[in-house]
Every structure is written in C-alpha cells, then in structure tokens.
Design a protein around this ligand. Structure first.
Ligand code: NI
Length: 252
C-alpha cells in the first residue's frame, strides 16, 4: 500500500474527474492521502474531502504565497479547523525565496505564527522551503518541540542530516525520477529508512515518464519505485515503509 503524503486533489484542475480519480485509488494500492491546504479556500476544501473519503486526511495552513493573508482572524479559523478529527497537520507553511512574492519580511512572520500554532496544538507541520535554506533551518531550530516533513525536498545532504537529527522527515516527489535529480538521490541514499515519505504534490511534479503533465495520486508508486531502487528494496517494501512513516508522523 502507498500513502501519498502531499496532494492537492482539491485543485480546480481535478474538477472534471476528481471523483473518478479518488474512487480508483484504493484499488490501485494508494490507500491513504494527505490533502494539503495552501490558503483558507483549499484548507476548507481539504477538510471537506477528508469527510467525503475515509482514506483522505487534511492539513490546513497558508503557503508562503498566501502569507500576507495570515492575520489573527485567519489563525483563529485554522485553530478551529484543527479541532476537526480529520485534520492531522498544519501545512503547507514555509518560505519560498525563488518566487519572493510576498517578500520575505511577510513570509517569515507567517511561517513563525503557524509554527507557534503547531506547537500550541501539538500537531506536525508540512514545510514548503525553496531557496530559503538558512532562514528555514533557523526557524526549525527555534521550535525544537515542532517536527514534521520538509516536502519536495530540495536542500543539501548537510541540511537533511540536521533535520533528521531533530526528528524531522523528508518528502520526495516525482522530481527524484528526473535525470538531473542528483542532489535528491544523494539525500535519499543517505536517509534512514524510517524518515522517508513519498508524495505526488499533484497536480504538479509528475514523475517520469509523465513529466510535464498533470499529476495525480495514482502515480505515487513511481516515486516509491525510484526510492526502492536507490535503497535496494522491493517496491512493496518501500510502499509499506513509507506508509508506516507517514502514519507515525501524522498519527493515523
Ligand atoms: Ni504542495
């Protein structure tokens, strides 16, 4: 069985065939999904999907793109949503200095406030961190009680070592199947088996041979297959190990 630990199945690109895709997943071995919020609308949609499908769980939060919207009223709404038993994490939250929109002085306090919420509620976090490695790690160090996953990992081996030491998990998308994925492969080679998560990040990041097309959770076994090859395990073993890891992190 596979656990897609990061999906955006609420995305409008699935409006035409969302039900068809979701209905087919358990039969294809994709037995658990974490659907991720990026703003208020997608957080609410994630919770709704999690109530509609027993194998879908929800994360709520504001992505760095949405950081300017994270005021006290919004935090209160997220806090209320987290009381729902289907909500298992805060995310995705973090820093994106590739598209520095809004600017980092807006992104940093939004990330910090959501880490504070995770600490207060005792929930794990799902972190989006792109080209913001130093500031991302600085925040991680300031919240030793909070752990979670750095999703679609793009950091160094050095950074992965520190995250693992601090109790964090590392998430891999279809990017690890790309020809130029040298850095992610190097991290996966080193990473202890009990810290690996697989994810699609659908509709983005489709693995080879689907690169560039719309992704969905049915393709998460291709990510597991690449990691199985790197770790010298069977596909089935990698599916079971990463499922167990995600269940442990999200307490499912
Ligand atoms: Ni995402």
């Amino acid at each position: 069985m596979y656990f897609d630990s990061h999906a955006h199945l609420d995305d409008q690109r699935f409006d035409a065939d969302r039900e068809e895709i979701l209905a087919a997943l358990p039969a294809q071995g994709v037995g658990l999904i974490m659907n991720i919020g990026c703003d208020l609308k997608s957080s609410l949609q994630s919770v709704a999907l999690a109530h509609q499908y027993p194998f879908v769980y929800a994360a709520v939060g504001s992505h760095p793109d949405d950081a300017a919207q994270l005021d006290e009223a919004r935090l209160t709404l997220y806090r209320q949503l987290c009381a729902d038993e289907r909500v298992k994490a805060i995310g995705e939250i973090g820093l994106d200095y590739h598209y520095e929109d809004p600017t980092r002085d807006v992104q940093l306090p939004a990330f910090r406030k959501q880490l504070e919420l995770a600490r207060e509620l005792g929930l794990p976090v799902i972190v989006h961190e792109r080209e913001a490695h130093a500031d991302g790690m600085e925040l991680v160090r300031q919240f030793p009680e909070v752990t979670g996953v750095f999703h679609c990992y793009s950091g160094s081996l050095e950074q992965a070592k520190e995250l693992v030491k601090r109790g964090w998990y590392i998430g891999f998308t279809g990017v690890i199947t790309f020809k130029n994925a040298r850095k992610a492969v190097e991290v996966a080679e080193w990473l202890p088996l009990d810290r690996i998560l697989i994810e699609t990040d659908c509709p983005y990041m489709a693995p080879e041979p689907h690169r560039g097309r719309r992704n969905d959770s049915r393709l998460v076994p291709l990510v597991a297959a690449k990691l199985a090859e790197i770790k010298g395990l069977s596909l089935e073993e990698m599916g079971e190990i990463t499922t167990e890891n995600a269940r442990r992190l999200f307490r499912i």
